[in-house]
Design a protein around this ligand. Structure first.
Ligand code: AMP
Ligand code: TRP
Length: 327
C-alpha cells in the first residue's frame, strides 16, 4: 500500500518560486511512489480581508499552475477545499477538542495579527484546526510543506492524538515532510524576510507567471553583501538564498557549487541563477498557456477528483460522527 500524501496552497495571490521549491516540486517528484491528494485551500484564503472576484480567479490560476508544474491528474486528485463541505464540518469538531493555548502558540497567527489582535477575524485564530481537518479527513500519512508550516502539521498530530485518546483510534497521525533544500526561500529584495505572496515590492518575489525579463531583473538586483567569496554561509543571507535556489534547481552538492563559482563575482552568480530559474519556469508557463486555453478542462479535472475523494470522505466522517456521539 502506498502512503497517502496531502498538501495544499492558499489561493491568496500569485504562486512564487518559494511555493514551487518548498512544496509543489516535491509533490511532483513523489507522484509515482505515493497516493496523492492536493488541494487549493480557498477557505483558508478568506481568513484575511479579500475580494471574492479575485479569489475566484486566483483559484483557477492555482489549479492551472498545479497542472502546469506536473501534477498529472491521472496520478493525483486535485480539488478545491470548498467543494467538499466536510472540511468545515470536521474543522468544527476538531475545534472542540483543541485547547485555546495550543492555538495561541502558533507563530504564523502571531506574525499575521501583529498588534491588531482584537480586530483579527476568529477564522485566523482557528485556521490551524481547518488545516488539521484537511489532513485528517483523508487519513494522510505525509504532509509535504515548506518550513513555515511545520508547526501547523505538528499541531495536527497533537489534535489527532488527543481525539484518538478521547474517542477511539479514528485518525492516522501524519508526519510533516520538509525538503532538505528550498524549504525556506527568502525575498530577493530583503533576504531576512520569507518570500511571500503578499509582500509589497516589485522585486521581492519570483512569480511563476512573471514575465521572464522581469524575473531576470529581480535576480540581478537581488540584495547581497559587499564581500567577495561565494560560499554557503547562512550568516550572509542574500548570498545564501541565491545559492540555495541554485542548489535546489541543479541538484548539485554545496561543495561542487562553491568550486564552480570559485574566483567568480556576484554578477556571474546572479546570471547563472537567472538561467536555471528561467529554464525551470519557461516550460511551466508554456504548459500553463496550453492547459488554460480550454477552461472546461480544469472544471473536468476538479469534478473527477471530488468524485474519487467522496468515498474516503464519507467513510472518515461516518466514523467521526459515530465516535463523537452524533450517530
Ligand atoms: P502559502 O503560500 O502560505 O499558501 O504556502 C504554500 C506552500 O508553500 C506551503 O507548503 C509553504 O510552506 C510553502 N512556502 C511558502 N512560502 C515559502 C518560501 N518562501 N519558501 C519555501 N516554501 C514556502
Ligand atoms: N496553511 C498552509 C499554508 O499556508 C496551507 C494549507 C492548508 C495546507 N491546509 C493544508 C498545507 C493541509 C498542507 C496540508 O501554506
Amino acid at each position: 500500500m502506498k502512503k497517502r500524501v496531502f498538501s495544499g496552497i492558499q489561493p491568496s495571490g500569485h504562486l512564487h518560486l518559494g511555493n514551487y521549491l518548498g512544496s509543489i516540486r516535491n509533490w511532483v517528484r513523489d507522484l509515482d511512489s505515493h497516493d496523492n491528494i492536493f488541494c487549493v485551500v480557498d477557505q483558508h484564503a478568506i481568513t484575511v480581508d479579500y475580494d471574492p472576484a479575485v479569489l475566484r480567479s486566483n483559484v483557477r490560476e492555482l489549479v492551472g499552475l498545479y497542472l502546469a508544474c506536473g501534477l498529472e491528474p491521472d496520478k493525483c486528485c486535485l480539488f478545491v477545499q470548498s467543494h467538499i463541505p466536510e472540511h468545515t464540518e470536521l474543522a468544527w469538531l476538531l475545534t472542540c477538542v483543541t485547547p485555546m493555548g495550543w492555538l495561541e502558540r502558533m507563530t504564523q497567527f502571531k506574525d499575521k495579527v501583529g498588534a491588531k489582535r482584537e480586530r483579527a477575524g476568529t477564522g485566523l485564530f482557528t485556521y490551524p484546526t481547518l488545516m488539521a481537518a484537511d489532513i485528517l479527513l483523508y487519513r494522510t500519512h505525509e504532509v509535504p510543506v515548506g518550513n513555515d508550516q511545520k508547526q501547523h502539521v505538528e499541531l495536527t498530530r497533537d489534535i489527532a492524538e488527543r481525539f484518538n485518546r478521547k474517542f477511539g483510534e479514528v485518525f492516522i497521525v501524519p508526519e510533516p515532510v520538509i525538503a532538505a533544500v528550498g524549504a525556506r526561500i527568502m525575498g530577493l529584495d530583503d533576504p531576512t524576510a520569507k518570500m511571500s505572496k503578499s509582500a509589497p515590492g516589485d522585486h521581492h518575489s519570483i512569480g511563476l507567471l512573471d514575465d521572464l525579463k522581469k524575473i531576470r531583473k529581480t535576480i540581478m538586483r537581488a540584495v547581497t553583501d559587499s564581500e567577495q567569496s561565494i560560499v554557503f554561509d547562512p550568516a550572509r543571507a542574500g548570498l545564501f538564498n541565491l545559492l540555495s535556489i541554485y542548489q535546489a534547481l541543479t541538484g548539485q552538492e554545496q561543495a561542487e557549487i562553491e568550486t564552480h563559482f570559485a574566483g567568480k563575482g556576484y554578477g556571474d552568480l546572479k546570471k547563472q541563477v537567472a538561467e536555471v530559474v528561467i529554464a525551470e519556469i519557461e516550460p511551466i508557463q508554456a504548459r500553463y498557456r496550453e492547459l488554460t486555453a480550454d477552461p472546461t478542462y480544469i472544471d473536468g479535472v476538479l469534478a473527477d477528483s471530488v468524485d474519487q475523494l467522496r468515498p474516503i470522505v464519507d467513510a472518515t466522517m461516518d466514523e467521526v460522527r459515530r465516535a463523537m456521539g452524533h450517530r
